[in-house]
Design a protein around this ligand. Structure first.
Ligand SMILES: CCCCCCCCCCCCCCCCCCCCCCCCCC(=O)SCCNC(=O)CCNC(=O)[C@H](O)C(C)(C)COP(=O)(O)OP(=O)(O)OC[C@H]1O[C@@H](n2cnc3c(N)ncnc32)[C@H](O)[C@@H]1OP(=O)(O)O
Ligand SMILES: NC(=O)C1=CN([C@@H]2O[C@H](COP(=O)(O)OP(=O)(O)OC[C@H]3O[C@@H](n4cnc5c(N)ncnc54)[C@H](OP(=O)(O)O)[C@@H]3O)[C@@H](O)[C@H]2O)C=CC1
Length: 502
């Protein structure tokens, strides 16, 4: 039996962000490996018109939880949704629920955050800094709490090229930032944001760094640890390969490529693509919870959940494998034949964005207008290009993350625990992983059935023929215009005619 799985039996666990990508996989793994855990409290807010119960029902009845229902048939009795909104003071949790959380919680996994790169600083501070501070205050009133695990990001100090498993100071104290959000109005905050975030690319990475400092400063005598994942991708092995449920990180770009929208992206092909499978992050996080509670390290340990230094893959290899997989397993109703390349400078990026992205979108919108339909392609393309412009930072830089603590933890695990909670990225086969990732994007994000592959291939052949026809027509039009205007062109035309019996 796994010591770690046994540790979580009869435990009361609080997960924030359990309805998110990472949170769902964390919850699934805990239920599947420790079905005798007492309860998992999840802070949930009503969203998109769904009540708490409807959201929990949707999660428990999703494909992700199929295996859980086999080993833990009464999972719906062990999950306790608590109405909460991290935007509100005290999270708008009822007094009764607060009492239950304070008196029963043994382990906290704090995953909730806003991961948007363009979040207004006020929103990012509220969710990624103030909420963390408030949760720590709640945790300090939990007599049975054994460990508080905070999920940060490996990019919280992306302004440095080498990042150790330590907390780096920020120019302005988090408390001052939190206080200033109380009285500054939005326009002033927007004005000072660039100064505050300094050489970080966005409010997300900046506020995640502030959140770490709050954990360090306000954890008192709590038993705390921090996990820093890099770019979290689809599942590698568990509960099945390729599972992903949002467009963040690579997933959205894989769709954009497979649907033929994305034709070029500015990247440093040799830069390390530090993608880490979500189940690997979750296995590490669960092991950190166990180690922190059982071994009670004297200080707050930071664990990097990254792949670059132990099993590096670069963007060139990743992009090539994405394209090769899409070739084999195409997405349905592609806008154009998938074909993409990296650009390496601003000029070619702007050129291809115009020629390969905006002009085809304008032509397609013109076609939509001619056929009496509402033009939408240019708007969609501009939104995609905005998204790409915010992701480009992460594919045009390289970082080195030390993983001493993570490697130490791996060595502390028994062979059985290393098998059940595997976070050894050295075993990851990138080509296989990326292929499963693209397949997972097709199945779980686009909800496309594999039976539709022949039809998708036929659609691509049709697009290829249209592409050839369009290019031929364009060539002939240009040639005819040239002939009408240039003696040279006429001479060449009359010279080659007899050769090709034109
Ligand atoms: C020869 C060689 C060949 C090579 C060939 C190669 C070429 C082929 C290459 C093939 C790919 C190979 C891999 C390359 C991967 C690089 C990834 C690096 C990721 C690193 C990030 C991780 C950093 C750290 C990780 C963390 O620590 S944090 C977690 C990560 N956080 C995020 O990734 C949030 C990002 N996003 C936002 O921050 C918001 O999305 C925002 C952007 C503000 C827009 O915001 P807004 O304009 O409001 O628009 P949205 O509504 O959000 O979206 C607007 C519309 O775009 C849709 N859409 C949302 N997202 C994405 C997305 N990604 N990609 C695409 N579409 C997206 C959405 O569906 C909506 O479509 P619609 O609904 O309109 O139909
Ligand atoms: N994805 C990635 O590539 C990486 C993620 N991380 C970190 O991992 C953690 C989880 O990220 P991920 O799962 O990808 O993010 P998601 O956006 O998928 O999930 C975010 C979670 O936070 C919850 N949340 C956000 N705002 C509120 C709020 N106001 N009140 C209550 N809950 C709220 C969301 O709830 P709801 O469902 O209601 O919106 C959701 O459960 C974050 O801390 C992130 O910084 C770190 C590195 C990489």
């Amino acid at each position: 039996m796994s010591m770690i799985a046994a540790f979580y039996s009869n435990k009361s666990i609080l997960i924030t962000g359990a309805t998110g990508f990472l949170g769902k996989v964390l919850m699934e793994k805990l239920f599947r490996t420790s079905p005798h855990l007492k309860v998992i409290y999840i802070l949930v807010r009503p969203k998109s018109g769904q009540t708490l119960q409807e959201r929990v029902f949707q999660i428990l009845n999703s494909k992700l939880f199929e295996k859980v229902k086999e080993v833990c048939p009464n999972v719906h009795e062990k999950i306790r949704p608590i109405s909460a909104d991290l935007n509100q003071r005290d999270f708008a949790i009822s007094k009764e629920d607060v009492q239950e959380l304070l008196s029963c919680t043994n382990i906290i996994f704090h995953c909730a955050a806003t991961v948007r790169f363009d979040a207004h600083l006020r929103e990012a501070v509220q969710l990624n800094v103030t909420a963390t501070q408030q949760l720590l205050l709640m945790a300090s009133q939990m007599p049975k709490l054994e460990a508080f695990i905070h999920i940060s990001t490996a990019f919280s100090n992306c302004n440095l090229s080498h990042i150790d498993e330590v907390i780096y100071p920020c120019p302005v104290e988090p408390r001052k930032i939190i206080d200033s959000m109380e009285w500054l109005d939005d326009s002033i905050i927007e004005e000072i944001t660039p100064k505050l975030i300094g050489d970080r690319p966005n409010t997300y990475t900046y506020t995640k760094a502030l959140g770490e400092i709050v954990v360090q400063q306000e954890s008192g005598n709590l038993n705390v640890a921090i996990v820093r994942p890099s770019i979290v991708g689809a599942t590698w092995q568990e509960p099945f390969p390729g599972w992903v449920d949002n467009l963040n990180g690579p997933s959205g770009l894989i769709i954009a490529t497979g649907k033929g929208f994305l034709r070029s992206i500015k990247a440093t092909p040799t830069a390390v693509a530090d993608v880490i499978p979500v189940d690997t992050v979750v296995n590490l996080t669960i092991a950190v919870g166990w180690y922190t509670a059982v071994h009670r390290p004297k200080s707050t340990l930071i664990y990097h959940s990254t792949s670059g230094n132990l099993n590096p893959c670069n963007w060139y290899k990743m992009g090539l494998q994405v394209l090769a997989t899409i070739e084999k397993i195409p997405f349905e109703s592609a806008f154009r034949r998938p074909n993409a390349d990296f650009t390496t400078n601003n000029f070619t990026t702007h050129y291809w964005n115009t020629v390969s992205h905006r002009v085809p979108a304008i032509i397609y919108d013109f076609y939509l207008r001619l056929t009496g339909r509402k033009p939408r392609m240019l708007k969609l393309m501009n939104r995609l290009l905005k998204t790409i412009s915010m992701l480009e930072y992460f594919i045009n830089h390289s970082w080195e993350w030390s993983t001493n603590n993570t490697e130490m933890l791996l060595s502390e695990l028994s062979p059985e625990d290393q098998r059940v909670f595997n976070f050894d990225v050295r075993q990851l086969n990138w080509l296989e992983y990326i292929e499963n990732y693209v397949l997972g994007v097709k199945k779980y994000l686009l909800k496309e059935d594999l039976a539709g592959i022949p039809k998708a291939k036929q659609h691509l052949r049709r697009l290829r023929n249209i592409h050839y026809l369009f290019n031929t027509a364009l060539f002939l039009i240009i040639w005819r215009l040239l002939i009408a205007r240039s003696q040279m062109a006429r001479n060449v035309w009359f010279f080659i005619c007899p050769l090709f019996k034109l």
